[in-house]
Structures are given as C-alpha cells and as structure tokens.
Design a protein around this ligand. Structure first.
Ligand SMILES: Nc1ncnc2c1ncn2[C@@H]1O[C@H](COP(=O)(O)OP(=O)(O)OP(=O)(O)O)[C@@H](O)[C@H]1O
Ligand SMILES: O=P(O)(O)OC[C@H]1O[C@H](OP(=O)(O)OP(=O)(O)O)[C@H](O)[C@@H]1O
Ligand SMILES: O=C(O)c1cccnc1
Length: 483
C-alpha cells in the first residue's frame, strides 16, 4: 500500500512552506506536538496506533517530477526556485512517538516532531490522518475486547469501511487492539495478521438445498468447516442440517469447527443451537455470531447468557460508527527566534481546554509500588527526569485542587526516538510484539480505568515548570485592557 504521499497534505501547508521560504524563515527550527483533547466513545483510554504508516510515509517522503509539475500549475504561482528545493526535499528532522499499543490519554504529546518549520509543517496533515484514524480503530477494538476478553474476535468490516486504505490499516489497528483475525486477505498478507473466513448466504442459495450446500462445503474443506445456518430457518433447518453434515464429517474422523448465526435473536438462537448441538453429541462445535455487533450488543448478549464463542464484528468497528473521528491536533510548541534561541509558543483559546501547553515536552508514566499506573507526568527534557526517591508533585492544570505527592515509584519514559536528524533509529516490533505490549499496558491499569461505562478519569499531570511557563505565556498574551 506504499505510494507517493508527498502531496497527501493540505494546501495550506505548502502555502505556509512557500511563505516561509519567501520570507527567509523556512530553515527556522520548530517543535510540534500531536495530541488529542477528548477520549473517544466515552472510553477511559485510547490505544495509540499509526506509527508503521507514519514511518513508511516519512521514509519515502519525496516530491516526484510529476508532483512538482502539478504544483507549478497552481494559482499560487510558486517560484521555480522553491519548487526546485522541493524536488531535493527529504525529511531531516527528529521524531519521537508513543509505541503502538500504548494506552494514551488526552493532552499528552503522542508524537513530537522537531525540524525546520518547513518540513515539520509539511508532515502535519498525513501524521494526523494516520494517527487519528488508526488510534480511533485500535481504541474501538480494545473497547470491544474488554467486554469479551476470553472470546475469539474476528474483524469483518472491509465491505463497509471508508475505502481500501481504511479497511486494510483499520484491520491492522483492530489486531493491535486485541482482535484475533481479519477477513481481509490483503491485510493478512501485508501485516501477517491471521485470516479467517466462513461462507456467505450466496453459497447456500447457489445449491438446490441447504444440506447439499453444507455437504459440498464440508467436502472441500473438511478441517475448516463453519456453516452459516440462517439462510432459511435457523432452528428448523440450518442447525439440523449442520448437525447432519457434522455427523458425516465425524464418520470420516473429522470435526466440524462451528456454525455461524447472522440474524434474529442471537441470545435465544445461540442457546437453542448450543442445546441442539450438545444433544447431538457435538459439544466441540463452536458458535460464531455476526450482525451489526459492537461492544454494547456483545455485552448485552453475554448478559442474556448467549452461547457464543466467536464474534464477527464489521461495520461498527471499522467505521467507529458511534464516533467516526478522533480530534487529534498538531500544535507548534517551540520556534527558533531570529537570534537563534528556541522560544516556547502558546495558542490561546476562550475554551481553557483548547489552550496549548508551550515548550517541547516529555511524557512519563508513573507506576506505583503496586505495579499500577498512578498518573502520567509531563515535563521539559531539560528538567531532571522523575526517578524513584525524588518526590514528585502530581497535579493537573484543569483540576489544580487535586494534588498528590509520591516518592516511591517507577517512571516509564513513553516517547521513543523514531527518527533522529532524518535517520530512522527505531525498528518497528512485529505485530505480535505490539499486541503483547498493548496487553502489558492494560495490565498497568486498574479495571476502574478500563471499564466501558463511566470509567475513572486517569490524570495527565504537568511538572511545576511546565505549568509555570504556561501561566507566564498566558499572562503575557492576556494583558488585561486598561479602561
Ligand atoms: N438478544 C439480543 N439482544 C440485543 N440485541 C440483539 C439480540 N439479538 C440480536 N441483536 C442485535 O439486534 C440487531 C438486529 O438487527 P436487525 O433487525 O437488522 O437484524 P435481523 O432482522 O435479525 O437480521 P437481518 O436484517 O440481518 O436479516 C443487530 O444489531 C443484532 O446484533
Ligand atoms: O454486520 P457487520 O458487523 O458489518 O458484519 C459483517 C456482515 O457482513 C456480512 O453481511 P452482508 O454483507 O451479507 O450483509 P447483511 O448480513 O447485512 O445482509 C456478514 O454476514 C455480517 O452480517
Ligand atoms: O467470513 C465471514 O463469515 C465474513 C466475512 C466478511 C463479512 N462477513 C462475514
């Protein structure tokens, strides 16, 4: 899925790059941070994803002759010397990022980009595009996993995804979030995700009878038989016919895998089907369910005692239908002044939650002596990193009355160097390692933060210095009017 993506950016980035170039400020050093302000789905955490795509994008970020020709035709009339410079462009900056699978929270930097203002500006759109979508889908997947931790989860969403890239990268994100397999073969091939598939109603409809269809399928793939039993009448024909086919398989020393339910009352039908299968001496035949499922229906079906072992989840997952976007932003936090020093910058808003936090920052996860996360802590790189024994004051700027002091803890540094001066220094772990990391991350949190409904709020705290600098800049920009 690699393709030329240099122009996968908003025009205003190119316009700013050009204006900086004309202005002679394009080589100024800048630091941007990407973060989101609000967790999706009312969840207590988000799951960071998108880094593989970002690395691929940064590594191959070049303007082709064709791109330059296209740019030269724009109404802005970019100067030929600027376009010549773009032709030579490659990313030479430094990027730090959360690892994929990390639990992440509002208002903490997930990705930090340092470089010339020109290069750091160019990559904003694509970085946010990849991070926002994949983080959203990994979060949705992890949320579904929380309600069915011991069941098998299959991702079935491609047909309803927002086009091909979303289906394929979305499938990868669901695997990071805890799904076990995807039906998308390209995602399987590209990323090594296990693939699974049953059959559709059309298979049954293309035969003269349901039983004939089941037998023919079982004959072709005797070790991988999952039969869809709801084409005509689940309990009167589908399940009885599946039992006949399973018995024929048994006679050949084979075991049928499962039946799939795809309509009707899944709780009732699964319980009845389970009973029928058990009574027929087929307790090993599993039950797969699909049909517009999400974390709410799955949780409800489990409460109703549904006898479902495997959940096929499509539309609601791959489109994150209850919240189809994550509002991640990319803000300038430091810029080199004309005299060469790095100066923190702030973006003011009448909404206090939208006021940016100035300065280049690091993120630490503070782990208490019981092995559980206490809070995240944001400080400047030039401050001494938090370490056990050194008292740490935890307070949140929006809730300054909630303060806590800790002195015995472990501080995990969350931002990994990915690119340093244009060179990739990070080798992406394979997906199984990313999934494992996600699971380890979940284990760091009390269940109160992980529950689906009204989770506890996990706090992201600022160091005293970060807090003071923010106040200082706010005061500078908000001098009261004198009447
Ligand atoms: N016992 C149940 N409790 C709660 N929700 C259920 C239960 N059984 C099924 N559902 C959900 O209810 C919805 C039923 O949707 P819908 O009415 O479109 O399906 P259907 O008529 O059974 O099947 P279809 O239209 O696909 O042939 C689905 O989202 C399904 O997952
Ligand atoms: O419901 P989802 O979570 O998206 O899961 C994928 C759905 O895709 C298939 O249905 P199909 O495309 O045949 O449509 P239909 O079942 O809605 O008729 C499958 O039978 C599932 O019902
Ligand atoms: O394999 C399946 O059963 C499947 C795959 C995609 C969509 N719906 C079902």
């Amino acid at each position: 899925m690699r393709r030329e993506l240099a122009l996968h950016t908003d025009k205003y980035q190119i316009n700013m790059m050009y204006a900086h170039w004309v202005n002679g400020t394009h080589k100024r050093k800048a630091v941007f941070e990407a973060y989101f302000r609000k967790l999706p789905f009312g969840n207590g955490f988000a799951v960071f994803a998108g880094l593989e795509r970002i690395i691929g994008y940064i590594g191959s970020l070049r303007f082709s002759e064709d791109d330059i020709r296209y740019l030269s035709e724009q109404e802005e009339n970019y100067a030929p010397a600027f376009l010549e410079e773009l032709l030579q462009f490659h990313f030479q900056g430094t990027i730090h990022s959360m690892k994929e699978g990390a639990l992440v929270f509002p208002d903490e930097p997930l990705i930090r980009v340092e470089g010339t203002i020109m290069e750091a500006q160019l990559v904003e759109t694509a970085i946010l595009n990849f991070m926002n979508y994949q983080t959203l889908i990994a979060t949705k997947a992890s949320r579904i996993k929380q309600v069915a931790p011991n069941d098998i989860l299959l991702e079935f969403g491609t047909r309803r995804a927002q086009e091909a890239d979303a289906a394929v990268w979305g499938a990868r994100a669901t695997y990071i979030g805890g799904f076990d397999a995807t039906s998308n073969m390209l995602a399987g091939k590209l990323f090594g995700i296990p693939t699974k598939g049953t059959h559709a109603h059309s298979w049954v409809q293309s035969f003269n009878s349901e039983l004939e269809a089941f037998d023919a399928y079982a004959k072709v793939m005797p070790d991988l038989v999952t039969l869809l039993v709801d084409t005509f009448d689940t309990l009167r024909s589908g399940v009885p016919n599946a039992i006949i086919t399973a018995k024929k398989l048994e006679a050949q020393g084979k075991r049928m895998n499962a039946i799939r339910l795809d309509s009707g009352d899944l709780a009732y039908l699964s319980r009845q089907a389970r009973k029928m299968l058990d009574e027929a001496g087929l307790p090993y035949v599993k039950i797969v369910a699909s049909n517009d499922l999400d974390e709410n229906t799955i949780m409800d079906l489990k409460l109703q005692g549904a006898a479902i072992d495997t959940w096929g989840v499509g539309t609601q997952l791959i489109t994150a239908s209850d919240q189809p976007s994550l509002g991640g932003v990319y803000k300038l936090v430091e810029i080199e002044s004309a005299s060469g020093e790095m100066v923190p910058t702030i973006k003011i808003s009448s909404n206090p939650e939208k006021v940016s936090t100035p300065g280049k920052k690091d993120v630490f996860r503070i782990i208490g002596t019981n092995g559980k996360a206490l809070a995240d802590y944001i400080s400047f790189p030039e401050e001494a990193a938090p370490r056990s024994g050194a008292k740490l004051k935890l307070f949140n700027p929006l809730h300054p009355y909630m303060q806590k002091r800790v002195d015995r803890y472990e501080a995990l540094s969350m931002l990994e160097p990915i690119y340093v001066n244009g060179f990739q220094v990070y080798s992406l772990p394979d997906l199984s390692e990313i999934r494992r990391y996600h699971k380890e991350q979940l284990d760091l949190f009390w269940p109160e933060y992980l529950r689906k409904l009204n989770p506890e709020v996990y706090r992201v705290n600022l160091s005293q210095q970060v807090w003071s600098r923010k106040q200082q800049l706010l005061a500078q920009h908000m001098e009261p009017d004198i009447e």
